[in-house]
Design a protein. Sequence first.
Length: 272
Amino acid sequence: MTMQWLYDITVILYAACVCGFFIDFLQNNRKAHQLAFWLLSVVWVLQLSTVVVKVSDTQEFPIVTPSDGIFFVAWVIVSVSLVMHRFFKFHFFGFFANLVGFAIMVMMLFQPDDQADMILGQHLMSDLLIVHISIALLSYVAFVISFILSMMYLVEYYLLKKKKWGQRLLHFDSLARLEQGSFYCNLLGVPLLLISLLLGIIRVVDVFPTINWFDSKIVTSFLVLFAYCFYLYQKIGKNVRGKPLVFWNIIAFLLVLINVFLSEVLTGFHLW
């Protein structure tokens, strides 16, 4: 009940936070922006409190179930949004990032009550599988942030093309900086995903010696890795810049969504 209460309050405050960022985006309202930032700080504290309560109540690492993973991603997005606002001055990043973060939080309302079996939880806690899951989620967070910066790039590109000058445009930062930020996120996400896949392969060979290597989860995971490696090749090897690179980044992120949601339904073994 405590966790449910914390979660409900968090969602309500998060909705108010997103509204504040939206008002700032439309009207360049500094007071709304400041209020949204402080609400986001409260949301971060409540999310952390939810994790602490769950660890205290269940005595299991809160990353075992799909709902735990979704919540973890939302919490990291909020954390990154606060850091970006404080140190890097991406003015509108908070609005775009927390639209995504709030959507992830709302998705949890439609998730089943997927409490992990106690034996499974203890098994995962003592296994390198927990490291595999954690690193995979961190790579997904990097790809989410890269996608957000790409969407900001496209919005700013549209405003420039339509010659819609104004205070709003000044708060987007430069196209070059948005593209560079997206590139750095992918540069971080690719090795994290590769490490996660290697750990997963080691574990699956040990537990499932007769595993179907064409399982949807395995195939889509390597497709995601290939897509982002091709992105890095385009950027570093062929010096591709601008919209073509941004569009490829968006395609790669769509593969991430397929990997996270669709393949979870079709997989034969990747049930956590």
